[in-house]
Design a protein around this ligand. Structure first.
Ligand SMILES: [Zn+2]
Length: 393
């Protein structure tokens, strides 16, 4: 914390100041914080509105688009009079009404590998509120390089995900999704549909996590991926480790490739994160889950009591490459599918490289399925070691 700023507006923030996690010092931290929101749409709208109202002093909005009438059911930064206007300009007007003390920086650009480093280094915390997959990778890589925590949010139909990435000892976006999907494999809101309040809920959770990071309060979602199935109202926080082989946050290859030469090392964030990820309520020892090699899975599938293979990847990945007989249960759907699984049966979880499937295996073990193993190396290793006919991606 540098020199103290002006005293908080006591009447406005009275209910926050009363919290022991906030108080005058916390409200001052919020006022001095700089938060970048990438994407001023269904997630960025609630995130920006709630952080402005809470007194986050400087909010950057990056979005290249104009307001469309089809945005209005979920993007509450905008009203009918804003249709056709640049989103960042309309959002600036609305946020000034919500809280005139907040400084709003507008960036009417698509964030990419060419500008992400420069944008991110001016802020303390970054929110990933985009629905563009290449933008997610660019923002995550920039946050790893600049040591800025990234509050990830995503929605599809009735489902949402929230995690704090690129934090000390936590995973980055590439740890969880090492390989970008092929273009157009992930349907957008326009193609898949979305109920307005679903991104509202997820964006609001991102605002809560950002405020916690600024305040240094509570247990942020570092090392945990919160998945929400709001149609069935089932949620779960999966433990997500950093991938020791991650090309971005472990080896630094992406950092070197995308950081422009001659750029000075970014200043450390004034909001350092805990050096250890928080302990989940019922942690499972990593060693508690049996890791099996592809050849061992092949042998068991030929045995007297073959396990059921649970493929926890996304449908687009399953469409590219799959193991015969495996049941597709994407990770988001796993909590809701739990009741359909027989606790007496043996299971082997599978994903692309073995990281997501380990989360799934630990979840199943915690929930009372004793015979769960994880396929080490995922379907990639299966293709290498058992069945070269299975395509790699
Ligand atoms: Zn990583």
């Amino acid at each position: 914390m540098t020199a103290p700023g002006p005293a908080p507006d006591f009447p406005r923030y009275a209910r926050q100041l009363a919290l022991p996690e906030v108080g005058v010092e916390g409200q001052t931290r919020l006022a001095e914080a700089r938060v970048l929101i990438v994407g001023a749409g269904g997630l960025g709208s609630p995130a920006a509105l709630w952080m402005a109202a809470a007194g986050v002093g400087r909010i950057g909005l990056a979005d290249p688009d104009h307001v469309d009438r089809s945005n209005l059911h979920r993007q509450l930064l905008y009203g009918p009079a804003d249709v056709g206007a640049p989103k960042v300009e309309a959002a600036h007007r609305r946020l000034a009404e919500v809280n005139p003390d907040v400084r709003v920086d507008i960036h009417q650009v698509e964030v990419s590998v060419t500008n992400a480093d420069r944008l991110v280094r001016d802020y303390d915390v970054v929110l990933d509120c985009t629905d563009q997959i290449p933008v997610r990778y660019a923002v995550s890589d920039a946050c790893v390089a600049a040591a800025r925590p990234l509050v990830h949010g995503a929605v599809s139909r009735w489902e949402g995900r929230v995690a704090v990435l690129a934090a000390a000892d936590g995973p980055c976006y590439r740890c969880l999704w090492p390989t970008p999907p092929p273009a157009h494999a992930i349907p957008t809101c326009a193609e898949a549909g979305v109920l307005g309040p679903v991104p509202g809920a997820v964006g609001m959770l991102q605002a809560v996590e950002a405020c916690k990071l600024i305040l240094g309060a509570g247990d942020p979602l570092v090392g945990r991926l919160l998945v929400l199935d709001l149609l069935r109202m089932v949620t779960h926080a999966f433990a997500v480790p950093r991938d020791p082989l991650c090309p971005a946050c472990a080896a630094g290859e992406i950092r070197e490739r995308s950081a422009p030469a001659g750029v000075a090392a970014p200043a450390a964030s004034p909001f350092p994160l805990p050096s250890e990820p928080p302990v989940s309520p019922s942690p499972a020892e990593p060693s508690a889950i049996e890791e099996i090699a592809p050849a061992e899975l092949a042998a068991r599938l030929q045995g007297a009591e073959p396990p059921l293979v649970l493929d926890v990847r996304e449908p687009w990945e399953h469409a590219i490459a799959r193991v015969d007989g495996a049941r597709l249960v994407p990770l988001n759907s796993l909590p809701a599918a739990l009741s359909t699984l027989d606790p007496g049966r043996a299971y082997v979880t599978l994903c692309h490289h073995g990281v997501r499937s380990r989360m799934a295996a630990e979840f199943l073990r915690e929930r009372g399925l004793p015979r769960v193993a994880n396929l080490r190396g995922g379907i990639d290793a299966w293709s290498d070691e058992v069945d070269p006919a299975v395509p790699k991606y």
